[in-house]
Design a protein around this ligand. Structure first.
Ligand code: AMP
Length: 111
C-alpha cells in the first residue's frame, strides 16, 4: 500500500490542513519552500498517466481546491504547483499529488 493511502486511512500521521469528500491536503515532510503542502485525491490513482475519463470531475475538483488551500495557507503573493510524473519527472510516491509551494519567490526553470 502506498504511503499516501496510509495517510488517508489515518494509519500514519500527517499534518492535515484540508479535507473533503474527494481530497486531502497535508504538509510535505521534507519541505522545499517555507510552505510545502501536498494535495491528493482520496481515490487511488498512481499518476497523471493513470487517470481515466471518469476522473475528469475529480481532476477539476483537485484544481479548484488548490486556491482554497493556498488561501488557507496565506499564499497571497502567489505559489507554485508541481505534479511530478514517472521516473524522469522525479516522482517518488506513486499516488497522484499536487505540490503547492510558496512562502518565498521561486526561481524558474526548476532543476
Ligand atoms: P514526488 O517526488 O513528487 O513523488 O513527491 C513525493 C513527496 O512526498 C516528497 O516531497 C516527499 O517529501 C513527500 N512525502 C513522502 N512521505 C511523506 C509523508 N509520510 N508525509 C508527508 N510527505 C511525505
Amino acid at each position: 500500500m502506498n504511503i499516501f493511502r496510509k495517510i488517508i486511512d489515518r494509519e500514519i500521521s500527517a499534518e492535515i490542513l484540508y479535507e473533503d469528500d474527494l481530497c486531502l491536503a497535508f504538509r510535505d515532510v521534507h519541505p522545499q519552500a517555507p510552505v510545502h503542502v501536498l494535495l491528493i485525491p482520496k481515490k487511488t490513482v498512481a499518476s497523471l498517466d493513470d487517470l481515466a475519463a471518469e476522473d475528469s470531475e475529480l481532476c477539476g475538483h483537485l484544481l479548484r481546491t488548490v486556491p482554497i488551500v493556498a488561501a488557507q495557507l496565506g499564499l497571497s503573493g502567489g505559489y507554485r504547483t508541481v505534479i511530478n510524473t514517472g521516473a524522469h519527472g522525479g516522482q517518488t510516491v506513486f499516488h497522484l499529488h499536487i505540490h503547492i509551494l510558496g512562502g518565498r519567490g521561486l526561481t524558474w526553470p526548476p532543476g
